[in-house]
Design a protein around this ligand. Structure first.
Ligand code: PLP
Length: 454
């Protein structure tokens, strides 16, 4: 059987005036419902199980839900029965990953076929079902999400209709795109969207205040963004899946991942530590260049306020999952971006390559990749492709890039750049008919709290 995997805090070794590290280890279920550790650190598994070469090869050609079961079982076997986990994987993954060849051995994995047309569906669809399964019977829980775009709709859609779970999504009234606003307000059912008269940072502040408010204890508040380990584990799976189906044999491969809060790429880093021969992992950012700068200089400085770029889901100036990267490389960084112990930067540079892509280069890449190879990209995917093809350049190994959103979520940029209209993702067809009016609240905590309690 082996020992049960438990979860520790990335801040556990901190001992400062402000923070006393949380020394305990919790089960997956506890970590899932706590969201983050009591010391504000992020939970990490205390063991990353390894797969033998033969085991990786045996995944070839198998349907996605089966690969998900095989990988997730290694983490969840003591928390949930095999039978139930298999059922959850089958139920969650009813969509695939189309693979296109860009050129030579450079591939594009389209992660945009889920119910809300972004890669976030891969984690959201299974996390919701795990919460439903693991919560106490008759327990009512409340999921709070602040969103600047894609996360809210992926979470709301994944939790739709689940018994005993209410979802509240806060979004900045004036900052989301027209398409994103429609997507958020078409969910309905047990999801309530709240348009806040403020910025994304204000939404996040309201949510954080609610989590810390003891008068809201009775609501059983839970977070569903990528600080939650329940969002990270499912994101390990598609690295194994795309590797074995694209590369086909055990040899080194490059992955290029467009990144904001670094939850997606962290799935790849963990897959590498589980035995996948990734070399290197490319962490591609937009103009929020704090991480590529850090790898070059060894000095970490968050970008504040974050820069507004076309790839808006990646407008993050201080990635929340940086704490997990530092932890894996022996360092400690707190959630404000304060470095308490340097990680092994030389080792990071051996495994990771990171580069910042400007908006100008993003648009140029959409144009060139379409004209040269007839492959359609949107701004997030283009950042990853540009990082590989224009900057890393060494293409002596197979390489896999990720398209993290469906091009039809960004019709304006594509029409302007390519003079074509992308075909709509099925979830976006007829969306106007499903849109309902959201709640409107001022940027004021007392008003938000009163609303939650009413
Ligand atoms: C959230 C998101 C990203 C960034 O992913 P992280 O895990 O935060 O790095 C990239 N592209 C799209 C379309 C997204 O929605």
């Amino acid at each position: 059987m082996g020992n049960r995997i438990l979860y520790y805090s990335t801040n556990r070794e901190l001992n400062t005036e402000k923070v006393e590290g949380f020394k305990g280890e919790v089960t997956f279920k506890e970590a899932l419902f706590m969201g983050q550790a009591p010391d504000n650190g992020l939970f990490m598994p205390n063991c990353l199980p390894e797969l033998y070469k033969e085991e990786i090869l045996s995944l070839k050609g198998r349907p996605y839900p089966e690969v998900a079961f095989e990988i997730l079982k290694k983490y969840l076997k003591d928390d949930i029965s095999d039978e139930k986990l298999r059922e959850i994987c089958n139920d969650a993954y009813t969509f695939g990953i189309p693979i296109e060849k860009i050129t030579g051995e450079i591939y594009l994995a389209r992660m945009d076929q889920g119910p809300t047309a972004s890669f976030k569906d891969f984690a959201a669809q299974i996390m919701s079902r795990l919460m439903e399964e693991l919560k106490e019977e008759n327990q009512e829980i409340t999921v709070l999400v602040a969103t600047s775009g894609d996360t809210g709709s992926a979470i709301g859609t994944a939790y739709k209709g689940l018994e005993g779970i209410k979802v509240y999504i806060l979004y900045p009234e004036l900052e989301v795109s027209e398409g994103q606003r429609k997507q958020l307000n078409a969910i309905g059912d047990n999801t309530t969207t709240i348009a806040i008269d403020g910025k994304f940072d204000d939404c996040q502040r309201l949510v954080k205040l609610a989590f810390g408010d003891s008068e809201l204890k009775s609501l059983n508040l839970t977070s569903a963004n990528s600080i939650n380990i329940g969002r990270i584990l499912p994101q390990i799976v598609y690295y194994f899946y795309s590797y074995i189906n694209m590369v086909g044999e055990v040899r080194p491969v490059i992955f290029s991942v467009p990144s904001g809060n670094f939850g997606n790429s962290l799935g790849c880093e963990i897959a590498r530590r589980m035995g996948l021969p990734v070399s290197p992992l490319i962490i591609a950012t937009n103009e929020n260049d704090e991480f590529p700068k850090f790898l070059n200089s060894g000095v970490y400085e968050k970008v504040e306020p974050s820069r507004k770029c076309l790839s808006n889901a990646m407008n993050v100036g201080n990635p929340s999952n940086l704490a997990r990267y530092f932890n894996l490389y022996g360092g400690i960084v707190d959630k404000e971006g304060g470095v308490h112990r340097e990680p092994d930067v030389a080792k990071m540079k051996k495994n990771l390559y990171s580069v910042s892509i400007s908006d100008e280069e993003t648009v140029k890449t959409i144009k060139e990749i379409y004209e040269d190879y007839n492959v359609l990209l949107e701004p997030h995917g283009a950042v990853g492709v540009a990082a590989l093809m224009n900057h890393y350049k060494k293409t002596d190994k197979p390489a896999v890039c990720f398209e993290t959103a469906h091009p039809s979520k960004f019709p304006e940029i594509i029409e302007e750049t390519l003079k074509i209209t992308p075909e709509s993702h099925p979830s976006l067809v007829d969306i106007d008919k499903r849109v309902i009016e959201p709640e409107h609240l001022p940027n004021d905590y007392e008003a938000f709290k009163e609303y939650l309690l009413s």
